[in-house]
Ligand binder design. Structure first.
Ligand SMILES: [Zn+2]
Length: 149
């Protein structure tokens, strides 16, 4: 997921209370596990993704919990942005893995097609993307993504 947040044009929409990222109990990636035992392990650096799909899921969860450091460190150095600005008011609603190609424990590259739904500015949006992953020093990283037509 490469989507960089833009600041909303309509500042009047801003709520009085500052929005904040919260640590969820159930893992946002959709697997039936607690965040702490699922993507949280990857975010904390206690485990590394063994497949491209696992990295994809952990990156989605990083968007949900606002872990920009993880998003940047799991980005290929050739395509990684200098900074990443996440809007805590974006409500991520769910991730659906549509298909994978390679990206397994014995592959060096892989692609993951996914659909992510989010709410922003009072409207629901759907992000359909096909992401490419490769390994750097043995670890899966996100290379880039193409939006589905
Ligand atoms: Zn997870």
């Amino acid at each position: 997921m490469s989507r960089r947040k833009t600041r909303p044009q309509d500042s009047a929409r801003r709520s009085a209370a500052p929005a904040a990222f919260a640590t969820p109990t159930a893992c946002p990636c959709g697997l039936p596990a607690d965040y702490t035992d699922c993507c949280g392990r990857l975010h904390r650096g206690d485990a590394a993704a063994t497949t491209a799909e696992q990295l994809m899921r952990s990156r989605y969860s990083a968007f949900v919990v606002g872990d920009t450091a993880y998003l940047l460190s799991s980005w290929h150095p050739d395509t990684r942005p200098g900074t990443l600005d996440l809007d805590p008011r974006t409500r991520w609603l769910g991730l659906e893995i549509l298909g994978t190609e390679d990206g397994g424990p014995f592959h060096a590259e892989g692609t993951v097609a996914f659909r992510a739904r989010y709410r922003e500015g009072g409207r629901e949006h759907v992000l359909d993307e096909r992401s490419r992953f490769s390994r750097v020093d043995g670890l899966w990283v996100y290379v880039d993504g193409r939006f589905a037509d």
